[in-house]
Design a protein around this ligand. Sequence first.
Ligand code: KIV
Length: 260
Amino acid sequence: MSDPSHGPNTHPALHKRGDSAPIAALTAYDYPTARLLDEAGIDVLLVGDSLGMVVLGMEDTIDVTLQDMLRHTAAVARGAKRAFIIADLPAGSYDSAEQARSSAKQLIDAGAHAVKLEGGALIEDQIRAILDAKINVVGHLGMLPQHVREEGRYRKKGMTKQGAARIISDAKLLERLGVSAIVLESVKKSVAAEITETLTIPTIGIGSGDQCDGQIRVIHDIIGLFPWFKPPFAEQFNDLASLISDSTKKYIESINKSDV
Ligand code: KIV
């Protein structure tokens, strides 16, 4: 199990970019993946609620439960010895300050070093309650997948003056509250760059340009394990889907030929 003793803002994995390499973050949902990514040198593992889509086959992240997140966070924590582990608070697990604190505590007990929740000013009370319990918080601004049903689809954020001002003001609020880092999802590149420049805490981008302090991707996207949906910003470095199909066909062939 990883060492969860780091206080807010103190973990070296969550650094401003400056002269050092950008923070390298990937999602992980199970023991072998967490162990392989950890041993390969990843800085941060996110047990994302994207679990719902890429592992559980759901339409979106909204029906992922706290029980789902606890089980997968524990599996990741067993696999990672070194990386900083962030676990998502799923939709419906932080509707009040008290519920947020209790859900966050359970994720920390399962092995996470920090919890991530989606939103800014609208969830200020929940973020305060978690931080008051001395639990590290990572913010998430821009496109908020837990709100995709209200939005109708995944959209780029910060495209209007008003939209950009709202994200920038939420980012400053999160910093004042004491969060350790902020994930910026599908934020206009110039807005993400301005936030990164302005804040003293790191930003970790996904579909938000290359100026953030770090980058995060869904592991299935970079290894080609979810061929049915490929986000435009996700570089694919391998094709595991083909490898699995190919190995399965070879296995079927082999048992047809053999006499065992
Ligand atoms: O759940 C997830 O995978 C995420 C990333 C997209 C940042 O929140």
